[in-house]
Ligand binder design. Structure first.
Ligand code: HEM
Length: 407
């Protein structure tokens, strides 16, 4: 989850600010603008540990797979505390900003909530019904902006459902999700939304404390560390994190998957006929255009990365999006290729903080794509709507997906 503050670390904005991209070469026909992947390719080639100054705090941007992978696996040298600076004021105490034993104990507790039996139940009771309800709203129209009508609503409603929120209140979560995701860019709005969400969840949490059931909130409120239950600060910290961590990331990933298919009608037809290909669509899209392109760390001691000295306390930005295009690991890395041999990517990070919700995300993407392909025959990009591109820096996805289909 990349939120980076104005003190120098990148935020979820759409530009690359003062970073000089002038040297970046266009590397693929039809590459989307701004060409952040071109910039990263130039970094990997010429300056894989790029020092970026002038934000009040210097940053080191890592762009090669091996360096990013090493940093994310070495949680002793590279601390996640830096996430507390940016997320703390909005989110409270979150595992994304914990290190060492504290992180291990809290993660083990909350990981239980994502056990396979919970996932299987969510698929049938929540994820399927949610996507079908959204498609019901457009199926007779013959046209839609799939971002406005479906993708931007789907994962947020899944998270609301996981939290035990009634369907009628999903709209509230839609708004809070957007507002909390503003993070440090608009503290007033994001902290107000975070408070409102906590107030809303309070009766649900208090009820589950007294009457725990077989659901995620019950798992969290009854979790114990050394015989003691989590305090409210940690309970709400975790529950609130699920919205920005699970909704924005996944809705953008779904948009990227859809765009990859919509740009390739022959592949879309193949996948429509053979849903066994959906896993390959999802993994290749996560590699090609991950919705979350950067992960932040802070050095716990002076280090050397690929021959470059980095002082203690430095902000290290791991460009997972760039690592996923590293030409030493992937042939024709800029191409989306459904038949590419499976090679692991870093879209969900790696090491101790690897995404806790990745199996849920993959399930949402699979169920969501299958439903869209099955229920919207003749689906294709609206030729009258102009070129559709992937946009963004820390978070990337198409802002719109205008499509037409057989009503
Ligand atoms: C395609 C969708 C998703 C992407 C690309 C994604 C990406 C990531 C990444 C890169 C990290 C590692 C951050 C770090 O190392 O600092 C992470 C952590 C995390 N993600 Fe996801 N995520 C996605 C979906 C989800 C979902 C659906 C949930 C839950 C509902 C979720 C919950 C979390 C949590 C709780 C962490 C923190 C884990 C820890 O600190 O130990 N994510 N995610």
């Amino acid at each position: 989850m990349p939120w980076f503050a104005d003190d120098g670390t990148p935020t979820s904005g759409d530009d690359v600010r003062e970073v000089d991209v002038a040297d970046a070469e266009p590397i693929a026909e039809g590459m989307d603008a701004p060409d952040i992947y071109g910039f990263w390719a130039a970094c990997r080639r010429d300056d894989p540990v790029l020092t970026i100054e002038g934000f009040g705090r210097d940053m080191w941007l890592l762009t090669r797979f091996a360096d990013v992978d090493n940093v994310l696996r070495d949680a002793e040298t590279y601390s996640s505390r830096i996430n507390a600076d940016t997320m703390g004021p909005v989110m409270g105490t979150v595992i994304l900003a914990m290190d060492g034993d504290e992180h291990r104990r809290h993660r083990n507790l909350v990981a239980r909530a994502f056990r396979p039996s919970a996932l299987a139940r969510w698929e049938d009771e929540l994820i399927g019904p949610t996507i079908h309800r959204l498609i019901d709203g457009i199926v007779g129209r013959g046209r839609s902006d799939l971002v406005a009508d479906v993708t931007s609503r789907f994962p947020v409603q899944v998270i609301a459902g996981v939290l035990g929120v009634p369907t009628d209140d999903y709209a509230l979560f839609q708004v809070w999700g957007l507002e909390i995701s503003m993070g440090p860019e608009n503290y007033d709005v994001s902290t107000a939304a975070s408070r409102a969400m906590r107030d809303y969840l309070t009766p649900i949490v208090e009820h589950r404390k007294l009457h725990p059931g077989d659901d995620l909130v019950s798992d969290i409120v009854t979790a114990e560390i050394d015989g003691e239950r989590l305090d409210d600060e940690h309970i709400y910290g975790f529950l609130r994190l699920l919205l920005p961590a699970g909704a924005e990331t996944t809705f953008r990933a779904l948009g990227n998957c859809l765009l990859a298919l919509l740009r390739r009608p022959e592949v879309l037809a193949r996948v429509r006929d053979d849903h066994n290909l959906l896993d390959a669509v999802i993994e290749e899209t996560l590699r090609w255009e991950t919705s979350v392109t950067m992960v932040n760390r802070e050095t716990a001691c002076p280090v050397e990365v690929a021959g470059v000295s980095v002082p203690a306390g430095a902000s290290v930005v791991c460009a997972t999006g760039s690592a996923n295009h590293d030409e030493t690991r992937y042939d024709n890395a800029e191409e989306w290729d459904l038949d590419r041999p499976a090679v692991a990517h870093l879209a969900f990070g790696t090491g101790r903080h690897q995404c806790l919700g990745m199996h849920l995300a993959r399930m949402e993407l699979r169920v969501g794509l299958a439903a869209i392909l099955d229920r919207l025959p003749g689906l294709h990009l609206d030729p009258a709507a102009g070129r559709v591109t992937v946009e963004g820096l820390a978070f990337r996805s198409p802002p719109r997906l205008p499509v037409v289909f057989d009503a």
